[in-house]
Ligand binder design. Structure first.
Ligand code: ADP
Ligand code: MG
Length: 477
C-alpha cells in the first residue's frame, strides 16, 4: 500500500513598505512594544483606513512575476473574530475577490522541473502579538505589528513531498526578495508558511487535511511535514480517520500538536468592508509597474548560462540572491569580462567561504567587487598564481589595500623571467643528485618532487606552467 502525500502552502509575505497598509504608522521591526500602533491600527471609533498605494504596486509586481491575472477589481473584506491582539474585532483581508488570481511557480527537485499552480494572492493586515513570557503568569499584548501589510500567497494542493514543499517555499522566498517586495527575514516573521497536509492512496480523492500554522524556517517546514505525514498514515492504517484541524509544530520536540479542530473553527462572517472602496487596478497602473520590473531569477539564471558560459549549477548559486548576482557581475565587468569562470570560482569559493566563516552576507563583504576584480586581474595577467592570490585575498579581508598594493609591498610578484627560473631549476637539480639518478633510471614520479622543490625554493612565486616546462627540458639534458 503506497501513500501519496498532498501539500498546499499558504505563505504570508510581509510587504516591505515603510508604513502600514491602512495607516501612516511605521512598520520598522524591533521597536518598544505599542509605540508603533496609531489610532487606525487600534481601531478607535471614528477613524478610517486609507489604503497604502505602495502595497498595491507590490501586489501587481508579484502578480506579473508569476504570470497571474491582476484583478481589475478586488474587494477588502472584514474577517470577524475575537482575540486580544485584534482590537478592532476584525481583520481587514480580501475574500471573494482577491487582487491576484492564478499564476505559476516552477520548482526544481533533484534536477526535475515541476510547475506548481497558485490559487490566489490577497492583501491583508497583520494582527498584533500576544506575549506570554516575562509577565509572571499574565500575558502582554504588543500591537506594533497590527496593520502591517501582508500578501498571502495560496498554492493549489500540488506538492507531493516535503522536498517539493521546501523547494516551492524557497523559490517563493527568493522571488519576493528579488522583486524587493519582502525582506524575507524569517526570524523576524516577514515570511511565514502555513502547510496544509493530507495523505491518500494514489489516484484516490483528496484526503482530510491538517494545517500546520506559522512555520518560520525551511528546516522546520520539512520536519513538520515529515512528522505530520507519518502521523496521518499511522492513524489511517490503525483504522482511524484524520480530523481536519489546525496544528502547531514544536521544534524542540519535533512534533505537531493540535491547536483547534474544525468543530471549533470560527465562522468569520466575512463581509465587504464598508470603510474601503473596491480596489480598482487600471491597465495603466500595470504598465507602470511592468516598466519597473527587475530581471527575475529564472531569466537571470538563463542569461548567466548563455552570457558567461557557466554551468547550470554555477548559475544557480550565483543567482541565489540579487546581491550575489550583482556582486558577481560587477567582478566580471571589473576584469573586462576576460574569464567569467574564474570570477565564478572566486565568488563561490574563497569569497563565499570567508563570508560564511564571518557570518556576513555579500553586501557586507569587506572585499567589495572592485577590489575582488583587481585581485583576479592579477591572476589573469600572470602577475600572481592562484595560490598566492589566496594569500593576498586573506590580507585584503582585514585591510582596505588593493591587491596591487599588497603584491608590491609583500614582494609577491610571480617570477616569470625565464633565465631566473632556469637558474633556480638547475640549482634544485644539483641539490638532489640521488633523485636525479633515480629519475633518469625510470622513476617518472619524481618529476613531481622536483616541481615541489622548485616551488618551495621560490616560495611559490614561480609561474607553475613555466616551471613544469623548464624542468622537463633541464631533466632531459
Ligand atoms: P481554507 O479556506 O480553509 O483556507 P482553502 O481551500 O483556501 O482552505 O485551502 C487552503 C490551502 O490548503 C491551499 O493551499 C490548498 O492548496 C490546501 N489544501 C486544500 N485541500 C487540501 C488537501 N486535501 N490536502 C492538502 N492541502 C490541501
Ligand atoms: Mg486559507
Amino acid at each position: 500500500m503506497t501513500w501519496e502525500t498532498v501539500i498546499g502552502l499558504e505563505v504570508h509575505a510581509q510587504l516591505a513598505t515603510k508604513t502600514k497598509i491602512f495607516s501612516g504608522a511605521s512598520t520598522a521591526f524591533g521597536a518598544m512594544p505599542n509605540t508603533q500602533a496609531c489610532l487606525v491600527d487600534l481601531g478607535m471609533p471614528g477613524v478610517l483606513p486609507v489604503l497604502n498605494k505602495g502595497v498595491v504596486d507590490m501586489a501587481i509586481k508579484f502578480g506579473l512575476a508569476v504570470g497571474a491575472t491582476v484583478a481589475p477589481k478586488s474587494v477588502f473584506a472584514r474577517k470577524n473574530y475575537f482575540y486580544p491582539d485584534l482590537p478592532k474585532g476584525y481583520q481587514i483581508s480580501q475574500f471573494e475577490l482577491p487582487v491576484v488570481v492564478g499564476g505559476q511557480l516552477t520548482i526544481d527537485v533533484d534536477g526535475k522541473a515541476k510547475t506548481i499552480n497558485l490559487t490566489r494572492a490577497h492583501l491583508e493586515e497583520d494582527a498584533g502579538k500576544s506575549l506570554h513570557e516575562d509577565f509572571e503568569g499574565a500575558s502582554g499584548i504588543d500591537l506594533n505589528r497590527a496593520g502591517t501589510p501582508l500578501l498571502e500567497i495560496v498554492s493549489e494542493p500540488e506538492m507531493r513531498s516535503p522536498a517539493e514543499a521546501v523547494a516551492y517555499a524557497k523559490k517563493l522566498h527568493e522571488l519576493v526578495q528579488y522583486l524587493g517586495i519582502c525582506d524575507g527575514n524569517m526570524q523576524e516573521g516577514s515570511f511565514r508558511v502555513d502547510a496544509n497536509i493530507s495523505v491518500r492512496k494514489v489516484g484516490a480523492p483528496l484526503g482530510t487535511r491538517a494545517e500546520i500554522k506559522n512555520v518560520n524556517s525551511f528546516k522546520f517546514l520539512e520536519r513538520a511535514i515529515m512528522f505530520e505525514v507519518e502521523r496521518q498514515i499511522d492513524i489511517i492504517e490503525a483504522g482511524g480517520a484524520v480530523v481536519q484541524e489546525t496544528r502547531l509544530y514544536d521544534a524542540a520536540k519535533d512534533e505537531t500538536r493540535s491547536m483547534r479542530s474544525k468543530e471549533e473553527a470560527m465562522d468569520y462572517r466575512y463581509f465587504p468592508d464598508p470603510d474601503l472602496l473596491p480596489l480598482m487596478i487600471t491597465p495603466a497602473m500595470i504598465e507602470m509597474v511592468k516598466a519597473d520590473m527587475p530581471e527575475l531569477p529564472d531569466a537571470k539564471r538563463n542569461r548567466f548560462i548563455a552570457q558567461y558560459k557557466l554551468s547550470d549549477y554555477d548559475a544557480m548559486v550565483l543567482t541565489g540572491s540579487r546581491e550575489i548576482a550583482d556582486y558577481y557581475e560587477a567582478v566580471v565587468a571589473g576584469t573586462g569580462a576576460k574569464d567569467p569562470k574564474i570570477a565564478a570560482n572566486w565568488v563561490m569559493g574563497e569569497l563565499n567561504a570567508r563570508l560564511n566563516a564571518d557570518s556576513l552576507n555579500v553586501a557586507e563583504s569587506p572585499v567589495d567587487a572592485a577590489r575582488m576584480a583587481g585581485l583576479i586581474a592579477r591572476i589573469l595577467d600572470n602577475t600572481i598564481s592562484g595560490k598566492i592570490a589566496k594569500e593576498v585575498f586573506e590580507i585584503m579581508w582585514t585591510s582596505t589595500d588593493s591587491a596591487d598594493a599588497i603584491i608590491e609591498a609583500k614582494g609577491l610578484k610571480q617570477i616569470t623571467d625565464v633565465a631566473a627560473i632556469v637558474a633556480m631549476v638547475r640549482g634544485v637539480i644539483d641539490q638532489f643528485p640521488e633523485q636525479l639518478a633515480e629519475y633518469k633510471g625510470g622513476r617518472d614520479k619524481l618529476f613531481g618532487f622536483f616541481v615541489g622543490e622548485v616551488m618551495k625554493a621560490t616560495k611559490g612565486k614561480a609561474n607553475p606552467g613555466q616551471v613544469n616546462q623548464i624542468l622537463k627540458d633541464e631533466l632531459a639534458k
